[in-house]
Design a binder for this molecule. Structure first.
Ligand SMILES: [Zn+2]
Ligand SMILES: [Zn+2]
Length: 401
């Protein structure tokens, strides 16, 4: 099923980055190297676990483009799809039952739905009552404990375009789609081991990246993905970048260690005026002082009748008399849109004047969108939010000997 082990490529990347960065990218300035980037898109596949957050007991599969066959666990072709054909696959214990209107009726341990042609795709309806989804290339189906396990082996760039379409939606600038393509690809390659025990690379829901099969990428998304094909972000320490992003930073992004404890050289706090006109740049929330004190477990604040906690920059801690709590913890405990806010107490009511939406680390999506609309290039924008990173085509790297 798998034409080239992506993890092999990643090992090669990790082994050779130091040499490459030392010799070529030593300045730490964001450099974009497009050499060979397109070649990468031709063969690397990623294995995506489909509907892993659901219990799937049956699927209906029908090709939409290209020629499709079914093979069994030993690689024998057991069925060729005709036009307007559909195969239903259901679980029976640990076995799979595959049936069609044209005489297929087999019980198997594993089933491979393999497409050929320029851009093979198939429609799949899981569990009869769910929406039809369209996927490219092939799917591997195995059964265990009364459920079907589905793995879509798909070209990396097709995967990226799908994820970008889901994440960004419609109407963004081309440069922004390129940014999200690089973020998505870097994330995917960085996380290839995440589901190693499950037999695939990444899952298709928010645990990894949303790859729903519901939205077909538009031509502009496909073009933006292709324009950055194979490019990933690496830090000045030669690591694949943790490509964190959030909706709106409220005017200043956060240091990674202030939110997640771990410090990373490229996840530094930066001032950002580009996102300030967006809808999510500010928020407000009010609650009774008693609720505020109880939820945070404060003991010393009730004696005061009025106070103001105001600041220009992001603060790591909120302090009140002898009580102190991290702003990120406050965000979680009080269900706030961000951990960047002013707080005022007046007449027994706490009022938050908040900034931004999300954790605040890495790229600010609404700021980056505005930068893209204003004519900045994707490499300039990535370099603004991720400090000292380089863009590298991963297939240009060779293992260190
Ligand atoms: Zn996952
Ligand atoms: Zn911002």
């Amino acid at each position: 099923m798998r034409k080239e082990g992506l993890w092999d490529v990643v090992i090669a990347v990790k082994n050779s980055l130091k040499r490459l960065v030392d010799s070529t990218f030593g300045s730490g300035i964001l450099l974009v190297c497009m050499l060979n980037a397109i070649q990468f898109s031709g063969h690397a596949q990623i294995r995506v676990g489909l509907q892993t957050d659901q219990t799937i007991t049956n699927v209906l599969i029908s090709p939409t483009e290209g020629a499709y066959v079914l093979t069994n666990a030993t690689g024998d072709t057991i069925y060729r799809f005709r036009s307007d054909d559909a195969v239903s696959v259901s679980i029976n214990g640990n076995n799979i039952i595959a049936k069609s209107a044209y005489g297929l009726n087999d019980t198997l341990s594993a089933l491979y739905v393999l497409g050929s042609g320029n851009r093979p795709s198939f429609k799949m309806r899981p569990n009869s009552d769910m929406k039809d989804r369209v996927y490219y290339e092939s799917v591997e189906i195995k059964g265990s404990n009364g459920r079907l396990n589905l793995i879509n082996a798909v070209n990396m760039e097709r995967y990226v375009s799908r994820v970008v379409q889901s994440e960004v939606g419609y109407g963004a600038a081309d440069e922004y789609y390129k940014i999200q393509s690089i973020i998505c690809r870097t994330y995917a390659i960085r996380n290839l081991e995440r589901h190693a025990l499950d037999g695939f690379d990444v899952c298709d829901h928010q645990h990894c990246q949303v790859y729903s099969g519901l939205k077909t990428p538009t031509e502009e998304v496909v073009k933006a993905t292709a324009a950055t094909a194979g490019l990933v972000m690496v830090s000045k320490e030669n690591d694949l970048v943790l490509s964190a992003f959030h909706a709106n930073c409220g005017g200043q992004t956060a240091n990674s260690e202030d939110v997640w404890k771990e410090s990373r050289s490229y996840l530094r706090s930066v001032k950002d005026t580009f996102c300030l006109k967006s809808r999510s740049a500010t928020w407000e929330k009010q609650m009774p002082l008693s609720e505020f004190v109880t939820q945070l477990g404060f003991t010393s604040s009730t004696a005061d009748s009025t106070w103001v906690w105001k600041h220009e920059d992001r603060k790591r801690h909120f302090s009140l008399n002898t009580d102190s709590v991290e702003t990120t913890v406050m965000r979680r405990m009080l269900s706030l849109r961000s951990s960047f806010f002013d707080v005022v107490l007046n007449d027994g009511t706490i009022s938050f004047a908040g900034k931004g939406y999300g954790h605040g680390v890495g790229l600010c999506q609404q700021g980056a969108m505005e930068m893209a609309q204003s004519g900045y290039t994707y490499s300039q924008i990535l370099g603004y939010y991720y400090k000292g990173v380089s863009l590298i085509p991963i297939n240009s790297l060779q293992p260190n000997k």
